[in-house]
Design a protein around this ligand. Structure first.
Ligand code: PLP
Length: 397
């Protein structure tokens, strides 16, 4: 071979195969080579017995899928390029025109937006049920209702629903039940064995962007199941939509997973300590953290999670303060940075408009006022408390 590019591209060297280290190797590729035509014809990606094309998986993504399935107590897993992409994939895979979907009123807002602006175009309608009212959910499960979303706790307002009763109801009515497990991250409860007797949801949907990645620098989501036929429907829709994930991102999540239990516990403990402290501060008329006695759904949290919680809570600031004062409070914080998402090392704060969260239907279990959410990072809790104190003293007079 006289052409050096050819020589480099088709170089004969093969390193010895027996390399084992702490982290699994990172295998990247759009093209995957086949040794012969028999392999082209026979290889299967759907059951993970082989490799055919980068979009269908590499050893790296297969490894993360298996670890995530184990983490949530499931058997199969599909990766998606964001948490939201994973949520959107579920109705796209399972519903058709004329079917309906149910979401909790306190659900992750982009999931509701996708239902209203995306699914509606395809003739799939949705309704929202009051997350704390099992009877309301029951009344809305009509024969057209094919998919029920649960979130425990709800986004921002943090109510913890009666998950056991809701999952039993979905089982009785034969409707597919999907649970957004971003908050629990495989730590607070077992979505496929909620009662210790094997009662479980059909699909667990964690946004890996949060605790699983843990760095605030990766977007990824997953759908975990225990039913082979259901997994196959999700996997085929995933293939048709071309929802690939980057293997460097997969590597980042694989690298972060071993410290997930430690990080979750540390952030959970700091979060609860700060929530308790906030409950003593007069400007905060309500603190929304499921571990606080009196918080909406506290008993359901206790039943399902024992003492475990993520490092996430919201406060309702007295309505007598202006929105400008609430903005000033958030801006006066030094360690809590203004930003979305959570689960990374840096603590975050974000105010939310009550109207944007619930429209005109502010539920009676929530006080009126300004909602501010805190996501607790890995800083020292004492420093975070001092930060809240100084910002409060300067802005919430
Ligand atoms: C962040 C989040 C998602 C979406 O995750 P992205 O990766 O940001 O798309 C879904 N559900 C909940 C509850 C979340 O907090």
């Amino acid at each position: 071979m006289s052409n050096s590019a050819t020589q480099l591209i088709h170089h004969p060297y093969r390193p010895p195969a027996e390399f084992e280290a702490v982290q699994p190797g990172v295998f990247k590729g759009s093209t995957v080579f086949f040794p012969n035509m028999a392999a082209v014809r026979e290889r299967q990606w759907l059951d993970k017995s082989g490799y055919t094309y980068g979009l269908h998986g590499t050893p790296t993504s297969y490894t993360l899928e298996e670890r995530l399935a184990t983490l949530e107590g499931g058997l199969q897993c599909v990766l998606a390029p964001s948490g939201l992409a994973a949520l959107a994939l579920v109705p796209l895979a399972l519903l058709k025109a004329g079917d309906e979907m149910l979401l909790p009123a306190n659900s992750y807002e982009p999931n509701r937006t996708f239902a209203a602006d995306g699914l509606a175009q395809f003739g799939v309608a949705h309704q929202c049920y009051e997350a704390m009212d099992v009877a309301d959910l029951a009344a809305r499960i009509t024969p057209r209702m094919r998919l029920v979303w649960l979130e425990a706790p709800g986004s921002v307002t943090m109510e913890f629903p009666d998950v056991l009763a809701m999952v039993r109801l979905c089982r009785e009515r034969g409707v597919v039940c999907a649970l957004d497990t971003t908050w629990s991250a495989g730590q607070a409860f077992a979505p496929f064995n909620l009662d210790g007797q094997g009662l479980g949801v059909d699909i667990a949907a964690p946004a890996l962007t949060k605790y699983q990645s843990g760095g605030g620098d990766v977007l990824m989501g997953a759908l975990i199941t225990r039913d082979e036929a259901l997994h196959r429907r999700l996997k085929l829709a995933h293939m048709r939509l071309g929802l690939g994930v980057g293997m460097n991102d997969v590597e980042a999540v694989l690298r972060a997973l071993p410290t997930l239990p430690l990080r979750y516990r540390a952030q959970g403990e700091s979060g609860l300590a700060l929530a308790r402290w906030c409950a003593q501060q007069p400007p905060f008329v309500q603190v929304l953290h499921p571990a606080l006695p009196g918080a909406p759904g506290h008993v359901h949290w206790q039943q399902l999670c024992g003492g475990t919680a993520a490092g996430l809570f919201s406060v309702i600031i007295d309505a007598r303060y202006s929105s400008a004062q609430v903005d000033a409070f958030c801006e006066a914080l030094q360690f809590f940075r203004l930003g979305y998402s959570w689960g990374g090392p840096v603590s975050l704060v974000m105010p939310y408009e009550a109207r944007a969260l619930r429209g005109e239907n502010w539920p009676p279990h929530l006080q009126r006022g300004h909602v501010v959410r805190f996501a607790v990072g890995l800083e020292d809790a004492a420093d975070l408390q001092a930060d809240l104190q100084q910002a409060m003293a300067r802005t919430l007079l």
